[in-house]
Design a protein around this ligand. Structure first.
Ligand code: NDP
Ligand code: GDP
Length: 328
């Protein structure tokens, strides 16, 4: 039987892990593009690393992308590679735009030349809405990006539409709202909070430095969101979909819940740090998942409370394990 071939760029990231897990279960042959392709960078994949073929590649190089596309000749491509942290995109906007924006131009151009029938999913971002023009955003809401990361994602998003309409490729964008998991990068606020709550509980830290606690996000679980992206590529026609829960919570609510999970009062440990405040802050994002629900028959399975609980539990387990290793 023919095994479908998937290529995941940015396979070493959070979503790379969850999509790899899903596609392997579905019987796909999975390949990945990774900027470093060394065991340390691939550590998030754990045992899955042995079941995938990873190619060292850089979204800033057309040659590198061309070579990987020609080798893999994928049936499906999921573009997760990005410089995905907003403050970093202010520090180095040129690299951020190159990877997150132009990288998509290079990838689509390679596919158009070497595998035009491949199905393509771009990880677009709700951050493209910036200060949103509508209180509940959907696929029609205009973009109004407020930082270099959002601007690069918007550029990439339009390119995907260009290739779908102009080159008749099966190219889709998933407009992803913030999605989290125990595999989330430590620089993002959710993981920073759950890690700090767990560390304070175990006597490994004394405080949590925090920026704007009033910011609100529509937080979902990464495992649910990669399923939506897979479903998008199984449809008859390519299209864009908002992937969200439809509910928003503040950073403050996230903190309260995470500390409640470990039985601590957060007010004793919070330190407001003005350095963490952002220029042009994106204060509130909420997405309407109605189209994804109707067309893809998709809905998020993990609730906000379950997500926070899952992340705190994993951090406690991980830290206890590391502590035992140190003692042994
Ligand atoms: P991650 O940041 O965890 O993963 C992105 C991966 O891309 C990392 O492994 C990163 O490596 C890699 N990368 C960076 N630069 C390059 C480069 N030049 N060439 C190749 N790879 C590179 O992101 P997530 O898994 O959380 O998200 C997946 C995608 O979804 C990203 O595109 C993100 O922008 C988008 N998205 C995510 C949301 C979320 O809430 N998670 C919300 C909306 C969109 P390194 O770690 O070394 O930088
Ligand atoms: P983003 O939505 O992609 O920028 O995801 P983040 O998790 O990085 O940030 C979400 C929100 O949390 C933003 O509005 C930040 O300003 C806010 N925030 C408050 N304190 C912090 C912090 O210490 N770290 C991060 N990463 N974000 C913070």
């Amino acid at each position: 039987m023919y095994m479908k071939k998937a290529l995941i760029t940015g396979i070493a990231g959070q979503d790379g892990f969850y999509l790899t897990e899903l596609l392997l279960k579905k019987g796909y042959s999975v390949s990945g593009l990774d900027i470093r392709n060394d065991p340390e960078h691939l550590s998030r994949l754990g045992e899955l690393a042995e079941k995938v073929e990873v190619f060292k590649g850089d979204m800033r190089s057309q040659e590198s992308i061309d070579g990987i596309i020609q080798k893999v000749l994928p049936d499906e491509v999921y573009n997760f590679a990005a410089q995905s942290f907003v403050p970093k995109s202010w520090e180095d906007p040129a690299t951020s735009s190159d990877v997150t924006g132009l990288g998509v131009a290079r990838l689509l151009s390679a596919l158009a030349r070497f595998k035009p029938e491949a199905r393509f999913c771009q990880a677009s971002s709700a951050i493209m809405f910036g200060t949103p023009m509508e209180s509940l955003q959907d696929e029609q809401t205009p973009f109004n990006p407020k930082n270099p990361y959002g601007a690069a994602k918007a550029f990439a998003h339009f390119l995907v539409t260009n290739y779908r309409e102009g080159k008749k490729m099966f190219a889709c964008s998933a407009i992803l709202y913030n999605h989290e998991s125990p595999k989330r990068g430590i620089e993002f606020v959710t993981k920073k909070i759950t890690r700090a709550a767990a560390m304070i509980k175990l006597g490994l830290a004394k405080e949590l430095k925090i920026g704007n606690m009033d910011a609100k996000r529509d937080w979902g679980f990464a495992g649910d969101y990669v399923e939506a992206m897979w479903l998008m590529l199984q449809q008859e026609k390519p299209d864009d979909y908002v992937v969200a829960t439809g509910q928003s919570h503040s950073v403050r609510e996230f903190i309260d819940l995470a500390f409640k999970c470990v039985g601590l009062d957060p007010n004793k440990y919070l330190v407001k740090d003005p350095v963490l405040l952002r220029p042009n802050e994106v204060t509130l994002l909420v997405g309407s998942p109605e189209k994804a629900k109707k067309v893809l028959n998709w809905k998020p399975k993990v609730s906000f409370d379950q997500l926070v609980g899952m992340m705190v539990d994993e951090d406690i387990k991980d830290l206890q394990h590391k502590k035992t290793e140190l003692i042994a």
